[in-house]
Design a protein around this ligand. Sequence first.
Ligand SMILES: [Zn+2]
Length: 275
Amino acid sequence: MYKRIVKKNDETDYIDDLLKLISLKNVPMNQVFESSESCFFIRHDVDHSLNMAIEIAQVEAEYGYTSTFFLLPPGSYNEEKNYYGWIDNGEIKHDPELIEKCKILLSHGHHLGFHSDLIASALKWRQDPKEMLQKEIDYFDRNNIRLIGTAAHGSPLARELEFNNREIFEGCIRKGREVGRIIEYNGWKVKTHSLKLEDFGFEFEAYSLPRDSRISESGGKWGGRIVGEQIDREGLFTNFKIQEFRKIISRLQPDAKVSSMQVMTHPCHWKVVEK
Ligand SMILES: [Zn+2]
């Protein structure tokens, strides 16, 4: 074990200051429903760096943890290409190294999922979300890779038009939002709740998994809810104290009445430090 994974802006050690302090059973995301004891699962939204995801995957495996990495097709950020590929005439072209890198993640005992910006992409590129998703599933199928679930990406267009990308799937309903409504953008329309998770081999949408405790570092800031207590996101960010952070995480004990917890990271907020 020669490497440490450390958060860039506050030096939190991913293993020692976070995972090791969670005294719950670590389970893969598709087994959360079956777990009879308090458990936690790890979700990585790979927005930018698949190489960093590989580093994390390796270290997790060394310590016996399992997690799921959600892959984001290109086009969600203002960049021509990402680790997944690029857009050519409205078609996704896949990075020649994508499959090889996916297989490295799988070789460490982890799972892969789809980081979905589907509603936003369909609107922007004037395409049918079902066809778009099916093409991606077929591509991974051809390469013998299974995506076990999906996790919605929070894109600017979603905020602007007040939808959440998970709403493309049947059953992914948000309070106060109409089921089967039409989202319109530049004259193109997408109907929410029009696809079925199981038609694409997905076992879950990440937001629908039970998680009565959760932590994430969206935007580089720790946030979430641990054993009924909200993390003071801004306070912890402006005045980060590692002891305070460790104390919060250490509350995750088997007797804390947590049923399941989500640890969510974005690999781009982390770096590798040689021991
Ligand atoms: Zn994302």
